[in-house]
Write a protein that binds this ligand. Sequence first.
Ligand code: P6P
Length: 336
Amino acid sequence: MNKTNATSIESSRIAQSIGLTLDRFIKNNQDQFQYASGELSQLLRDIALASKVVNREVNKAGLIDIMGAMGTQNMAGDNQQKLDVLANIRFTRALAKGGEVCALVSEEAESFVDLNNEGKYVIAIDPLDGSSNIDVNVSIGTIFSIYRRKTQTGTPLQSIDILQKGSEQVAAGYVLYGSSTMMVYTTGHGVNGFTYEPSLGEYFLSHPDLKMPEDGKIYSINEGSSNSFSNAIRDYIQYCKDQNYTARYIGSLVADFHRNMLKGGIYIYPITSKDPHGKLRLMYECNALAFIAEQAGGKASNGHNRILDIELKELHQRTAFYVGSKNMVTKAETFK
Ligand code: P6P
């Protein structure tokens, strides 16, 4: 038997043993999509494809000249890393080529990008969140929200197409470039996680019907900023210590969120004296994770109001973010 045959037999054995591919899962479940099932299925595939390209570049970051800062800032004032810009290009190109998305809101672009096509969907994306961790080889992630455009295709886009509340999302997900690369998403029918097998270039269903434990013993917050926290937040942190909770804060939202979803826990990025409206962005960070959290039985608020109910007034609108196990978020909200 020649080497090629042996490799292909081994690959097919891996495929059979590790089950359902993302493509097959999307196809098997596309009747769940309220409308335009074929287009949304294709859109999810386009995102998965772009994530495979970004994954390859993230994994090579130490070997080719794509680490470090660009020397530029995005409109939020964050220093852009080379991989931030690369990831934005990859996702924008894949979505533009796919033709299902008519407009794209990205952390890396000041205004929305009109893709000038008949696509029925609008996507809000943080192409590479936590990118300051790239150079130190800490997990980073992509976060995306998918909305249907409100106005008629073929007519000029309007703000009602773009500035939609989180409750209007038709799908949302994240990609975690960690010890393994995972894609986790929801279309409003629960949450499913897929692990990437690079030797086959496929995502396989590895975490079906993910549920977030209602309680947990992990709290994620940057205690280094305590001096700029409100007394309420400082009191909640003391409460966590009194309960002997574990502090885990990676500085990469997707990684902290994913761990808390699997093990139970809470992530808080509160308003601070430095970020009086919060640091995290509602459109392409918080809304997606809030949708996923709720679909997995968790909770997400700004400390007072449900994240998914917050009206959008501007693209890069910031918010305080409390997300995780339902009972932990509810408890944290009682600290006023
Ligand atoms: P800080 C990364 O910049 C990010 O948006 C999240 O991924 C992360 O949780 C948070 O900001 C870290 O912010 O102020 O604690 O360094």
